[in-house]
Design a protein around this ligand. Sequence first.
Ligand code: RB5
Length: 150
Amino acid sequence: MIAIACDHAGIDLKPHVIAVLEELGLPYQDFGTNTHDSVDYPVYGEKAALAVASGACELGIVLCGTGVGIGIAANKVHGVRCVMCSDCYSALMSREHNDANMLAMGARVVGSEVAKMIVRTFLTGQFNGDRHARRVGQLMALDAGETLQK
Ligand code: RB5
């Protein structure tokens, strides 16, 4: 299950993201918003992030004007590693090296075709493990309030 959420500035990109999910045969849960009425992106970023953090959804995709605000909001939820991407290389590395579990994109930044390529890349990327697992473990230690400093 893939969590998807957006604010009013990200809403026009959502159908394009959903088209990729359908193309890949991936079920999704849409946490809104579903109108162009102005809403606060942290509310929607948190909705999708909570679904990912709880395990109800394996991965999440969040959209706002820039991808920045809703991505920051998602990253405030423990267990979430949300990456803001405007290019496919970063999307792939975020999965292979960082085991990212959420993708944020900006509807005012990336066009729909680029966004679709980023989504395909993110969803099909696989974590490489090995030394990257140690580093992701360190990220999770920081997330848990621990320090990495001796
Ligand atoms: C809304 O105008 C805009 O601020 C929001 O979508 C997002 O870009 C914030 O980071």
